[in-house]
Write a protein that binds this ligand. Structure first.
Ligand code: PLP
Length: 407
């Protein structure tokens, strides 16, 4: 059967290239994050510590979030029952959007099924709103932005990662009268490096371009109210559209954009990825709103988060492990070989109960394979100690290089 053969061929290709993905089946236990139970394929279980999650602040088990979700569940039931247009806009959605527009100090916000969808739906729709739009996109932008830009089908220019001189060249080469938009991220999650927000906003001003910033790996965690790196750097008012997720540091699920009332109204009215899909369950909207609200004032959790990241980086550096350090909360350890990377990850899990997924090509370029640790306020010093000792042992056992890699 030729369909069967095609499926076999497609799957075998992934196996041959060493990039077939196996999911680790884990059960997180509320109140005990980052501890979890790993359900092995052979039916046995093992207690593990999750070191690669994106629930960066442990908000997925925060009592304030859970209480809001319980309350909404009991008050309103399971699903929303419709698209936003047809019976699916509830007081919970409105409250969440008000919380988000206030967070980013924009006139409005619009919630989507996820930040992936928010990026894809918004970026693919802007060309309809701004005919002739040219999109300038950072080379390392997330797949959801690449996909949105591609599907929009308009003119696009890819600038070298964080290279404002290259971006300037591209902007200068185009018709000054053409509508333009620069799409980039505040923190690139694989290296944990920051986008040059101020410099890009300066260029946007100079060339009359709109700015679109993905703050997915920063919302909740940076800035005095958790609005992200643009808030921290005093640049938030200069961004035209800010994208964020409710599924990472906010610990729940969903995504959004925040922008002017007119921009949100236009995207709301034209983006198929917003219009033709069931809205978030009210329970999810309630939990997300509670989390966003809570993090506007809980600076101590942000401080503990940064402290945990600094501690882990310091300890790994002291061992001479090649960590990539750009000063963010993400701690990548460079391995540089897909087989070693996978083997280290397997040994950490099996022998030390440390769960960190290997990051291999195509997520990162070949030769830059890594383990990417995400310490959080719920990773205490004992857990950090356990991880550091495990890494030390394995690094020696595998005779891996300890030379510092420059960031
Ligand atoms: C995870 C991620 C997204 C998608 O967020 P979801 O809410 O999980 O869909 C978007 N942008 C970046 C940079 C991400 O890392």
């Amino acid at each position: 059967m030729t369909y069967e053969n095609a499926l076999d061929t497609a799957l075998q290709r992934l196996h041959d290239e060493g990039r077939y993905r196996t999911f680790i089946d884990i059960e997180r236990r509320k109140g005990q994050f980052p501890h979890a139970v790993w359900r092995k394929p052979d039916g046995t279980e093992k207690d593990i510590t999750v070191w690669c999650g994106n629930d960066y602040l442990g908000m997925g088990q925060h009592p304030v979030v859970l209480a809001a979700m319980h309350e909404a569940l009991d008050a309103t039931g399971a699903g929303s029952g419709g698209t936003r247009n047809i019976s699916g806009t509830t007081v919970y959605h409105k409250r969440l959007e008000a919380e988000l527009s206030d967070l980013h100090q924009k006139e409005a916000a619009l919630v989507f099924s996820s930040a992936y969808i928010a990026n894809d739906a918004t970026l693919s729709t802007l060309k309809t709103i701004f005919p002739g739009l040219i999109i300038y996109s950072d080379k390392l932008n997330h797949a959801s932005m690449i996909e949105g830009v591609r599907r929009g089908g308009g003119e696009k220019r890819i600038f070298r990662h964080n290279d404002v001189a290259h971006l300037r060249e591209l902007l200068a080469a185009d018709d000054p009268a053409a509508p333009k938009l620069i799409a980039f991220e505040s923190i690139y999650s694989m290296d944990g490096d920051f986008g040059p927000i101020k410099e890009i906003c300066d260029l946007a001003e100079e060339f009359g371009a709109l700015t679109y910033l993905d703050e997915v790996h920063a919302v909740g965690m940076y800035g005095p109210r958790g609005a992200g790196v643009a808030e921290r750097d005093g640049q938030m008012h200069r961004l035209d559209i800010i994208n964020g997720t409710l599924g990472k540091a906010f610990g729940v699920f969903g995504g959004y954009i925040a922008a002017s009332a007119k921009m949100v109204d236009a995207v709301r009215s034209y983006a198929p990825g917003f219009i033709f899909t069931t809205s978030l369950p009210p329970v999810v909207a309630a939990g997300a709103a509670a989390s966003v609200k809570h993090l506007k004032t809980d600076q101590s959790i942000r401080d503990r988060h940064q402290a945990a990241a600094k501690m882990l980086k310091m300890r790994l550096k002291a061992l001479g492990l090649p960590i990539i350090d750009h000063g963010s909360h993400i701690v990548p350890v460079h391995v540089g070989n897909p087989v070693h990377c996978k083997a280290l990850s397997d040994m950490l899990l099996e022998q030390f109960g440390v769960y960190v997924q290997p990051i291999n090509y195509p997520t990162v370029p070949k030769g830059t394979e890594r383990l990417r640790f995400t310490p959080s306020p719920v990773h205490d010093s004992g857990m950090i100690d356990g991880l550091v000792k495990a890494m030390d042992k394995l690094w020696s056992r595998c005779a891996l290089n300890r030379a510092e890699m420059s960031a």
